[in-house]
Design a binder for this molecule. Sequence first.
Ligand SMILES: C[S@@+](CC[C@H](N)C(=O)[O-])C[C@H]1O[C@@H](n2cnc3c(N)ncnc32)[C@H](O)[C@@H]1O
Length: 318
Amino acid sequence: MGEGHISVLAREVCDALEASLPRVGETPHGVYVDATCGAGGHIAAVLERFSPARVIAFDRDETALERARTRLCDAATPILFVHAPFSALGPTLEAEGVQADGILADLGVSSMQLDQGARGFSFRADAPLDMRMDQSRSKTAANLLEELDLPSLIRILREYGEEPDAPRIARAILDARPKTTGALAQTVADAMSHKQRRKLGLRIHPATRTFQAIRIHLNDELGELDTLLTDGPASLSVGGRLAIITFHSLEDRRVKQRFRKLSRPADTLPGLPIPESERQAPYSLPKPFAKGVTAAPDETDHNPRARSARLRVLERVA
Ligand SMILES: C[S@@+](CC[C@H](N)C(=O)[O-])C[C@H]1O[C@@H](n2cnc3c(N)ncnc32)[C@H](O)[C@@H]1O
């Protein structure tokens, strides 16, 4: 992503799309959809290797889309930039009258968003507690913490942060109702038990899980993913592929389970003579991505973000 963001698993994403898009130099055809355009790093990699007839790029962060527009202004392939969450992918492709030959979703926040202290995603800089991926939305993380009650905040920290100290941290947050990233980080650090702090060690900041949980809830990241897991496969052409890069187990579990379910042959009732062709699942898990792939050492060595990334791929076969 131009400054700061290095696209994760770009080589593997292109390998995954190899079967569904024509190579550069061949007659352009097919539609590549980037559900999480960011500043366009994966799109640039795809256009170096393939010749889709068009690209449709979603992001709910207008600043990121602006960077992508600038970066990709010389692209020979027409690109439609859509400022919308990827839950709008299904209806948007339908309105455009197209099916996708390749879809990529590279989930979460970009390094660019984390590094811009004023966006309020990180405890590394003290700034207003914002955390909105889409800045045209009105509710910030500070607003959220003003309105939450204790049981709801405990649930959010447990479900989206897998935080063992959720009750004591939630109580401290609601006592302080912090308005800045620094105040939230300090409140969490002060509230965390010695046992949990020891477990985290010096490498992981005590507020890491809390920041992740509040961000996921505020931006409805798992709700968005669930919609993509329904509409994405349905928007593929036959032979088209959906590739998803996840960064934590909450996301990866959902992708794995949904892809497995879609690629399983239909259940049959014992004794009913259903022909093999009708039992075949409409989707498959293509090799070598069937169990998900992770980044090779040559990538993780220069991009620490890649260490937690996992790519899964689904193909529409019927
Ligand atoms: C990891 S970055 C993508 C980087 C991009 N693949 C690249 O190589 O430059 C994730 C991007 O997805 C966007 N995003 C996250 N969730 C989204 C959603 N539900 N709908 C649309 N965009 C989303 C974020 O705003 C961010 O810009």
